[in-house]
Design a protein around this ligand. Sequence first.
Ligand SMILES: C[S@@+](CC[C@H](N)C(=O)[O-])C[C@H]1O[C@@H](n2cnc3c(N)ncnc32)[C@H](O)[C@@H]1O
Length: 239
Amino acid sequence: MTTAARPPLPLPISTPLAPPDGFDARLAEIGVRLDEPVLAKLGDYLARLLAMNEQMNLTAIKDPTEAWEKHALDALTLLPLLGDVGAGSRLVDIGSGGGLPGIPIAIARPDLQVTLVDATQKKTAFLSAVAEALGLTNVEARAGRAEQLGASELRGGFDVVTARAVARLHALVPLTAPFAKPGGLVLLVKGQRADEELAEAKRVLVEQGTTHEKTVATPTGRIVVLRRGSGEARRKGKR
Ligand SMILES: C[S@@+](CC[C@H](N)C(=O)[O-])C[C@H]1O[C@@H](n2cnc3c(N)ncnc32)[C@H](O)[C@@H]1O
């Protein structure tokens, strides 16, 4: 882990957040049901995120209820798309920032190995510290730019790649697709303008050897689902 040589970042004291009334119903709307210990761990994560946010810029959201909706629920909208992703699979979250959507996924799917990538070393120090505090043994943080890490030993190593709020699709696909194995999924959390961004990124999708499988509307936005093709498809795309 890139941050391992540095002293661990001390986390401020925080009290885990309780889910707001009706959160179970919000989860049911997206076809997700979580046990109480999982919700408790999510509440612990959100509390630590908001507490650390007073010391470094991790999120614009400060209100706990909003954090459950716009961070936890928004991240968990990815879960139904991971139904066919088996235990032991590897997922990487690019531009993870304060850990979104990667940490809620790692909490809800402890059977996945989750790598969190961010260009800012201070943020990956927080991600390592929060993963340790939450006992998330399936999480590692890597500091570095996706452009470089996507050409490192991480290239082509992941069954699933996720990203939220990092860049528009035409710039985001080259940052994310290189991490996916052939046949791997690239799940990009977007807003209402996903279709417009897709149209703009059409050529880039081909160049990166990805195909657009579908766009899923969720209660919090849109998820653009891409699949990385074989090397052969990528070579054809370059012609
Ligand atoms: C607006 S924040 C979003 C953070 C998080 N994904 C979320 O949804 O809350 C964008 C993050 O992407 C990171 N980032 C931007 N460009 C990057 C790149 N080329 N490689 C790695 N991280 C990058 C930034 O450091 C920042 O933490």
